[in-house]
Design a protein around this ligand. Structure first.
Ligand code: VGL
Ligand code: ZN
Length: 209
């Protein structure tokens, strides 16, 4: 089966310094996806990245809620919100893409999490599903029908981006070796893959492409 054609896009989710070991919200093995994604990109004509890009007063940061710690919960935009350490602040090094990630063929970058009043895991919509980054319309207007998803973190932004891609009507494929989970709970990564499969998302490894 030829998986990649002119109607196929690679979505690289949040491969940013703060999600890499040493960063503010480090994902174990997050750096390991970089060479895999660089190899993958060579096979695609349409490569698009998302970037977590928060203002310093973002409501998902524990430090913006006196007395609260990362991992605790609050209500934000009418939703239960887990609190994170300060991460991916606009114009900080932590928000930059990993320096080894090849950006030379990217067609577009979609930033998310810019509204301080709501978090935004998916590259398509904020968690309250009000704000739209334009990614879905962008893909449709470029004739994309099949979307491959990779990047960080599997159990948050990768999962919600893939679920929204599927809901948008794109055939959606997770590249399992090109993602890593935060795993606040040790099985969160596995649970995310199960949830994606149940939603009709395919799971492949990069050597199958
Ligand atoms: C992410 C938590 C908070 C992610 C972003 O990119 O998976 N996770 N912000
Ligand atoms: Zn974030």
């Amino acid at each position: 089966m030829e998986w990649i054609n002119d109607h196929t896009a690679l979505l690289i989710v949040d491969v940013q310094n703060d999600f890499i070991p040493g960063g503010a919200l480090a994902v174990t093995g997050g750096d390991r996806v970089v060479p895999i994604i660089n190899e993958l990109q060579k096979k695609f004509r349409h490569v698009i990245a998302t970037q977590d890009f928060h203002p310093a007063n973002h409501g998902s940061f524990a430090s913006n809620h006196p007395g609260k710690l990362p991992g605790e919960f609050i209500e934000l935009a009418g939703l239960t919100q887990i609190l994170w350490p300060v991460h991916c602040v606009q114009s900080s090094r932590g928000a930059d893409f990993h320096p080894d990630l090849n950006q030379s063929q990217w067609k577009a970058i979609f930033q998310k999490g810019k509204n301080p009043d709501v978090d935004s895991y998916s590259g398509f919509f904020d968690n309250a599903r009000r704000g739209d980054t334009g990614l879905g319309d962008y893909l449709k207007s470029n004739g994309i029908t099949r979307v491959f998803v990779c990047g960080l973190a599997l159990d948050y932004c990768v999962k919600f981006t893939a679920l929204d891609a599927k809901n948008f009507g794109f055939e959606t494929i997770l590249i399992a070796d090109a993602t890593r989970a935060v795993n606040l709970q040790p099985s969160d990564g596995e649970a995310a893959i199960k949830e994606m499969k149940a939603a009709g998302i395919k799971v492949l490894t990069s050597n199958e492409l």
